[in-house]
Ligand binder design. Structure first.
Ligand code: PLP
Ligand code: COI
Length: 348
């Protein structure tokens, strides 16, 4: 394995308790190139700049996809990844949807582990709540002009230590319903591709300007059912204690959401339903939350729809079921609670 390393590390300058969700340049990132029909071996490099053709399909036609997963420091100092096989599978599905060469699960996990080990000093200490966020991505590169798949591709994984995406800890935030769509019924909503996020920038800014943490999208066909937040899935806890989350082909299949469904059922003994969630029936829920790798579990205080704020448990306090879900999920991720088989991969 080639490692190009010349500079000095920033790791000793970290203020772990003050981390938000922002880019911090770490020492090494993994880069692999697809050329002449195959991926090369890949290498770690200190260079965080890419030089690509001005004709790259990723620049003009959005031919790119990405992933997000985290490395966690356990109490005994080990570093572990949470379900990287699921990110590998989802990235392969995104690549397929955008006619890009897939990365094998083995190559994907190996790249992530290499990046974590090479930047181990950036994995925040246990107890700070902070983590090392990994951002794998694939982009179409090489000289090109017409709308077609790229002649070459880059697969890279970089990392950045992060704190909370929304508010810190388990603090509820409010969301509003937007009239915009982030995806189409048979579009790319289920793939983790940049175009979905570009489409969400304007609605997000409108929501923030109005004092909300973000907006929630409704289903693009009928605008009657909750889809998801711009960067997280939605769940609700019904008044009779069921864990409910929307089922839709145009939302991102969140690994956190599927993990929570298992946690709710297997650890908390709740009934779990993946089904339509009608915006006019928010009354069925006593608690609600947004979930995702970056968002972890962010309790939803209220949702504004048609000029009215529907408050769930409270705008300032987290509900009891959401708290239990959070504690169990984080317990698994940080190694305090026994994980289901195959969920944890140690970076060693
Ligand atoms: N939905 C969207 C649009 C996202 O960007 C994310 C973040 O990855 C999620 C949901 C949550 O997915 P996951 O739990 O796999 O991180
Ligand atoms: C994630 O949670 O990993 C995401 O990708 C959300 C956002 C930062 C785009």
């Amino acid at each position: 394995m080639t490692v190009e390393k010349k500079g000095t590390s920033n790791a000793d300058k970290m203020d772990w308790d003050k981390l938000g969700f922002a880019y911090i340049k770490t020492d090494l990132r993994y880069v692999s190139v697809w050329k002449n029909g195959k991926w090369d071996e890949g290498k770690l490099t200190e260079d965080n700049m890419l030089t690509i053709s001005e004709g790259s399909t990723s620049l003009h036609y959005g031919q790119q996809c990405f992933e997000g997963l985290k490395a966690y420091r356990t109490k005994d100092g080990k570093i572990q990844l949470f379900r990287p096989d699921q990110n590998a599978k989802r990235m392969a599905a995104s690549c397929k949807r955008l006619l890009m060469p897939e990365i094998s699960e083995e190559k994907f996990i190996d790249a992530c582990v290499q990046v974590v080990k090479a930047n181990a000093d950036y994995v925040p200490p246990y107890g700070t709540g902070a983590t090392l966020y990994l951002r794998p991505y694939v982009i179409g590169v090489g000289d090109n002009l017409g709308v077609r798949t790229a002649p070459e591709f880059i697969f890279s994984v970089f990392c950045s230590p992060v704190g909370a995406y929304f508010k810190g800890g388990l603090a509820p935030v409010n969301f509003c319903i937007t009239d915009y769509d982030r995806a189409a019924p048979q579009g790319t909503g289920a793939a983790k591709v940049g175009g979905n996020y570009a489409a969400s920038l304007h609605p997000h800014e409108e929501a923030v300007k109005r004092g909300f943490a973000d907006c929630i999208y409704l289903d693009p066909a009928t605008h009657t059912k909750i889809e998801e937040v711009g960067a997280a899935n939605f769940f609700g806890i019904t008044k009779d204690g069921k864990f409910v989350t929307p089922k839709s082909d145009s939302i991102l299949p969140s690994i956190t959401k599927y993990s929570l469904m298992a946690v709710a059922k297997e650890y908390l003994g709740l009934q779990v339903e993946e089904r339509d969630v009608f915006i006019k029936q928010l009354d069925e829920f006593s608690e609600a939350g947004a979930c995702g790798t970056a968002a972890v579990i962010t309790p939803i205080g209220g949702i504004e729809y048609n000029g009215k704020l529907h408050v769930f448990h409270s705008e300032t306090e987290v509900g009891p079921v959401t708290r239990k879900l959070y504690e169990t999920l984080c317990g698994i991720q940080f190694g305090e609670v026994k994980a289901p088989a195959g969920w944890i991969v140690e970076a060693k």
